[in-house]
Design a protein around this ligand. Structure first.
Ligand code: B1M
Length: 213
């Protein structure tokens, strides 16, 4: 549908006003909230993710596109039917680990996951292992996404995985880790299910982990 392509293009251009306008217009035309997300907003954000991964655009452009995505999502999310909401790819509890206050990268990952169709519960920064455990239980999460920017806080990723294991949740939840000092070798060492070096790749890895890619 032409209007959904126009919507995706407006999102890629980071034009929040146009995204809002086109989302409202699409609803008036009778297009469902789910279809607007699936065929307009998500494809737009996928283009942004790909360009970011290839270094064709940078953090500011991604943040602007994410703001445009939010402008559309805030209109259609409350209108999702139960069936449409259930079609979401999965529930992710994301946070920066205990002791760590860096959140720019974590926010980007959260936005890209949401843009790809995941429901994202953002727990913020300095998140203690117990808080992740509690959130996984409360939201019946499929994923825990852990970000760390300090070599001194990376250890709290391991602590969080241990807390999930102790709570008997480790088999029911996938753990994705990332952040500047984190490597695939570290992820393997602490028993994470996935590692991503950037927010675009985080979406690919998350989809693979739940068999949606
Ligand atoms: Co801090 N800081 N900082 N800092 N800071 C670094 C990380 C540092 C490398 C700077 C340096 O010394 N060169 C250094 C860490 C050294 C180390 O541990 N090896 C450092 C330090 C030491 C500190 C303090 C200790 C400084 C002090 O007080 N003495 C202090 C610690 C505070 C704390 O956390 N307890 C501190 C504080 C701060 C500010 C508050 C001032 C600010 C944070 C503001 C904020 O986040 N709201 C800050 C900043 C801005 C930085 C730098 C300059 C930039 C980080 C950033 O936002 N990058 C950083 C140096 C640097 O990285 N160049 C530095 C942009 C962002 C888009 O990238 O976060 O890497 P990044 O995210 C990427 C990927 O890593 C990945 O995707 C993102 C985008 O593609 N990714 C994931 C991130 N999380 C992921 C999760 C995933 C998957 C991918 O799956 C779940």
């Amino acid at each position: 549908m032409a209007i959904l392509q126009e919507l995706a293009d407006a999102l890629v251009a980071g034009n929040a006003n146009k995204v809002k306008e086109l989302t409202e217009k699409a609803l008036v035309e009778g297009i469902s909230a789910g279809q607007i997300i699936k065929e307009g907003l998500i494809p737009g954000m996928a283009v942004v993710g790909e360009r970011f991964k290839k270094n064709e655009i940078y953090v500011p452009e991604v943040l602007i596109a994410a703001r445009a995505m939010q402008a559309g999502l805030s209109i259609v999310k409350p209108l999702l039917t139960e069936a449409e909401a259930a079609e979401r790819l999965g529930v992710v509890c994301i946070g920066t680990v205990k002791g760590d206050l860096h959140d720019i990268g974590k926010n980007l990952v959260a936005m890209m996951l949401e843009g790809a169709g995941f429901e994202v519960i953002d727990l913020g920064v300095d998140v203690a292992p117990e808080k992740f455990v509690q959130a996984v239980k409360e939201h019946n999460a499929d994923f825990v996404a852990l970000s760390a920017l300090l070599t001194t806080t990376m250890v709290n990723m391991k602590e969080t995985i241990q807390a999930l294991t102790d709570a008997g949740l480790r088999d029911s939840v996938k753990v994705l880790v990332g952040g500047a000092p984190v490597t695939q070798a570290f992820a393997d060492d602490i028993g994470a299910d996935g590692y991503a070096p950037d927010s675009g790749t985080a979406v690919d890895v998350a989809k693979k982990l739940i068999g949606a890619a």
